[in-house]
Design a protein around this ligand. Structure first.
Ligand code: HEC
Length: 123
């Protein structure tokens, strides 16, 4: 009997410890409304989810295949390439790609790019 109770305590403690781990993806994904996104930024978020999320985390600077893009426009330079973090350079990167990143000039039109950048400014 005693042994069983110990087991329950251990499992509960493990759950609490896991939930407290930073970066553990236990948190529910926030809705566009919760993030306070405009219509344009929500459109950009969809594009980001479709094309960028598999390689770039939007909510962290931790790397996946490419660097995490949280706060990408909050700094003067991009973390990996060291290029200026402005709309022109980021648009070029998205259009032309990088050695390990596909280019999207055939996939995203000018409006898509503007929407995408509007969202990336909220990260
Ligand atoms: C297959 C994985 C992959 C996909 C998909 C991808 N990227 Fe990348 N991206 C990378 C890699 C890897 C790098 C780093 C390349 C380098 O060293 O120049 C990068 C670099 C970047 C950079 C420059 C970061 C820096 O710190 O210099 C930006 C901005 C960026 N990507 C945005 C995007 C956006 C926006 C999308 C979606 C339209 C996207 N990427 C899709 C892999 C990807």
């Amino acid at each position: 009997m005693m042994g069983q109770r110990h087991w329950v305590v251990i499992v509960l403690a493990a759950c609490v410890a896991l939930a407290a781990l930073p970066g553990c993806d236990v948190e529910r994904r926030k809705s566009d409304a919760e993030l306070g996104l405009t219509a344009q930024q929500s459109a950009g978020r969809k594009i980001y989810d479709n094309y960028c999320d598999r390689c770039h985390r939007p909510d962290s600077t931790k790397g996946k295949k490419g660097p995490g893009l949280k706060g990408v426009f909050q700094h003067q330079y991009l973390p990996q390439t060291g290029l200026p973090a402005n709309d022109d350079r980021v648009t070029d990167i998205v259009r032309n790609g990088r050695p390990d990143m596909p280019g999207y000039s055939q996939v995203l039109n000018a409006q898509d790019l503007q929407d995408l950048l509007a969202y990336m400014h909220t990260l």
